[in-house]
Design a protein around this ligand. Structure first.
Ligand SMILES: C[S@@+](CC[C@H](N)C(=O)[O-])C[C@H]1O[C@@H](n2cnc3c(N)ncnc32)[C@H](O)[C@@H]1O
Length: 273
């Protein structure tokens, strides 16, 4: 799935203009509303910056990003929260650990993890629940994430586009630079009942990045076939009702923000104390 192109992931979405900093700020505002906003500081001092003698250090809220991918939301969220990440893909986690060497990451599946600790905030962003098999799996994943939310805390899930709002899929093409070389990604998708079947075709073009290094250690040993790399991803498009049911069955108070950090909406679950 992400195994073959984890090393390209950040460059693809940077070229598409995905703004992780802005999204993290949006999430912080939502968290402030979902929780007692006085508990979400405007800005927290970095861990370890407390000087002895001036009172106890401010406690940072704990945050877990499930399906954190390469950790680009965490890069910004960890400036305000004591943050950890979880993903099932070792390749995505390898990139995440390179970005954030002092952050704790867990390799696990979102339907069956047990970290033996709770968090004030659990997030699962950018359509990651769409990789689940259907509503039964969604109920299990949301229950598993909810078990890790402490009293008074919240769970934020950014879904794939919902089944009610999906538009007929379009073919698109992105051109980006990675590892000093130009790449193209062609994306086409088909709707198949509740599934959106997305096919990515990556081709490495010959052009070198202007002023870029041509040495490409990140690309060595990757499964490139004739300079091409193909990935097919079935995404389950849940309805809003399926999302709401999963949150409520997990004992969370549910609401939906129609906008969300990237326009896909955001499901918000609060665990009332
Ligand atoms: C579209 S990426 C999103 C990554 C990151 N949240 C972001 O916003 O860039 C989806 C991520 O979900 C992870 N993932 C998919 N299914 C998973 C599962 N069952 N448990 C844990 N992680 C999963 C993938 O490995 C991948 O890193």
């Amino acid at each position: 799935m992400f195994e073959s192109w984890a090393h390209l992931y950040d460059d693809v979405y940077a070229a598409r203009g995905k703004d992780y900093r802005k999204e993290a700020e949006y999430l912080r505002a939502v968290i402030g509303v979902a929780m007692d906003s006085t508990r979400v500081p405007e800005s927290s001092p970095p861990a370890g910056s407390f000087e002895s003698g001036s009172g106890p250090p401010p406690t940072r809220l704990r945050l877990l990003d499930v399906a954190c991918g390469t950790g680009l939301h965490l890069r910004h969220l960890s400036q305000h929260f004591a943050a950890q990440g979880l993903d099932r893909s070792p390749e995505m986690l390898r990139v995440a650990r390179e970005h954030l060497p002092s952050t704790r990451f867990h390799q696990a599946d979102m339907t069956r993890f047990q970290l033996r600790q709770t968090f004030d905030v659990v997030t699962c962003l950018f359509s990651s629940v769409g990789y689940l098999d259907g509503p039964e799996d969604l109920n299990i994943a949301i229950a598993t994430m909810a078990e890790h939310v402490s009293e008074g805390g919240c769970l934020l899930v950014e879904p794939p586009v919902s089944r009610e709002r999906v538009q007929p899929p379009e073919v698109s093409e992105d051109v980006f630079f990675s590892g000093g070389r130009q790449w193209r990604r062609k994306t086409d998708a088909t709707l198949d009942g509740p599934l959106l079947r997305i096919r990515f075709l990556y081709s490495r073009a010959g052009q070198e990045e202007p002023n870029g290094a041509v040495d490409e250690p990140a690309l060595r040993d990757k499964p490139l076939c004739d300079e091409q790399l193909c990935d097919e991803q079935p995404i389950y498009l849940f309805t809003d009702e399926e999302m709401k049911t999963a949150f409520q069955r997990a004992g969370l108070e549910w609401s939906r923000d129609p906008k969300g950090p990237s326009g896909l909406g955001l499901h918000v679950g609060s665990r009332r104390s």
